[in-house]
Design a protein around this ligand. Sequence first.
Ligand code: SAH
Length: 367
Amino acid sequence: MESTNKKAELLSLTPDELRALLVSLGEPKYRADQIFPQLHRGLSPDAMTNVGKITRQKLAEAADYHLPRIEQKLVSAIDGTVKYLFALADGNCVESVVMRYEHGNTVCISSQVGCRMGCRFCASTIGGRVRDLSAGELLGQVIAAQADMGERIDNIVMMGIGEPLDNFDAVVRFLRLVNNEAGLNIGYRHISLSTCGLVDKIDELAALGLPITLSISLHAPDDETRSAIRPVNNKWGVDALLAACRRYYGKTGRRISFEYTLIAGKNDSVEQAEKLARLLNSRLRSKGDSMPIHVNLIPVNEVAETGFVHSGDAAVRAFAATLEKRGIRATVRRKLGPDINASCGQLRRAAMKAEGEGDGEGRKGTF
Ligand code: SAH
């Protein structure tokens, strides 16, 4: 039987969908149980030795299997961090970074080609959003990084290029696929998703009850400061965002971590640290519960186009100490791969510049 649909993308299919596809090709559905795990380990149908030639041919005709191709790979001589510039099937590029910690390997993946959130300090948003990634392309980054490293990936952070909650359906499909026991089987508790604060989507995510860790890119203790660096704050202000965090915690019981990028002279004073501590304590802990709060302080990575300068060590330490004094755990993010420009967006940006500027949607922030 011939499928009239557009070609399926094998890495985006759930086991049930793969079964249905095989049945539509006249194959027994148990074949899906042989094929699904292999796809997720990086084998294309033609490389599968336990599947007959005819089945492989039918699959290749009905569906695509693409892993991101390594366009560029940089390895830090300092800490072993590996940064990939991956080319997708249509030639667009995204970045993924593998960080090597004592507790295992963590991959940071991209969720969109570019980004339309318009954050002023971020390299990924300068050319706007070109397109969303599919679930298979999200998963493909993990599979390709794992295959290239020859080591298991233990943790995933969705903190690369793009806003994951602006690509909600593909991201949720990806979370379920990567968690599947027959696939990579990475536990939800080993996955973090970082968002600039799309409140409606935070609620949608909470409703699904997946016990992933949510990271909120807060970066400011009040609306005025936040709106000046993140256009999204004009739609959902700090109060609305923190109320969504409370609801998320209420539904999932999962600790939320806050990212705070320190920019010299913008958001890094001790007064702003005091204000942040007051804000978090009053909005998140006011009702007698002891919601654990963790703030990750990230000295801003300087991106040529933005003109923002990172805070000095003394300012970073004073900021962290002020939060701790007020009962908020704060850690200063160690800069990984300092010799390979490992913060996301910058490698793709360099490649785009070499080819002429990109032309995505929403360069100034669109919601
Ligand atoms: N869109 C999502 C995830 C991608 S950005 C989000 O906003 O969270 C991942 C993190 O890197 C965010 O906390 C973001 O604010 C931060 N970031 C982006 N550009 C940066 C830069 N130049 N220096 C430091 N942190 C940056």
